[in-house]
Design a protein around this ligand. Sequence first.
Ligand code: UDP
Length: 318
Amino acid sequence: MRETKSAILVTGAAGFIGSHLVDALIEKDFLVIGVDNLITGQLVNIKHLMNSPRFLFIEGRVEDLKFDQLESYKIKAIAHLASPASPVDFERIPEAIISVNTLGTHRLLKIAKEFSSRFLFASTSEVYGDPLVHPQPEGYWGNVNPQGSRSVYDEAKRLGETYVALYHRKYHLDTRIVRIFNTYGPRMRLNDGRVITNFIQAVLRNKPLPIYGDGKQTRSFCYVDDLVKGLIKMLLQDGLDGETINLGNDEEISINELAVTLETILNQKLERRYLPLPHKDDPKRRRPVLTKARKLLHYQPTVELIEGLKRTLRYFEK
Ligand code: UDP
């Protein structure tokens, strides 16, 4: 009889967060099967793993994943991270975003049921929409405009969560949901349209920093290594069956303050260019309540924004 090897399936393996998660799992000696259709993922993020006996790459859509592609493995756990996640993608590839988070999530849940795998769904702070409760605890149901330009992502993630909760209730699958807040670091796409990469791009090209709206809107930025530590616990720790937990960093700053932080790091004055908000529903404030993460995962982000931005700048300068 053929030996079946235990493996962890990671979707979005060539993406920004997914590729860092794969690295961390391989570091822990797991065998990882990575899935990615490269719609926003980049092969360069996993190039260093291509000859590793601990990594198998399947290029394709999560929605099309077949049992027989996996049958020679025992899939212990699935981490579903595949999804374009930048606001510019909401207009560029909206159908793909809806599909991977709904049909894709359902497809993976069926696979998890077949293998009795643990299931981790990467949800988002966007499920809180433009929040009326601040900071945002997991118990807040959110304020999402179902027809707004961000809804293709927000509502798809919300329906993804609904599928996951259903499989937990109906089939007693060991499911976990993590709501990821703004995360940054090496391996983001420089042209991904988010504020940190747009600012870095502006600095590298000697252009003014693009600030949408009045720049008073806030976010709480988490360095990717901190987030991945939380993800690893969410995935590997026992006793989290059915839990939904926020992950990120709870240091909140405005976009104007982010510009000042960059000036401090570079020790130079940077010009700003104020532009109209591209999304009407752009959340005005966002900061995670991390009480649950601290209590259940002993999660604590440790990389300060200044340090994380320096590391990210160094990556892009290369
Ligand atoms: N933003 C900005 N300049 C940019 C890109 C974004 O001022 O070049 C603003 C955006 O309107 C939002 C915040 O920065 O209020 C964070 O945007 P991002 O796209 O990074 O992530 P979001 O949290 O909106 O998903």
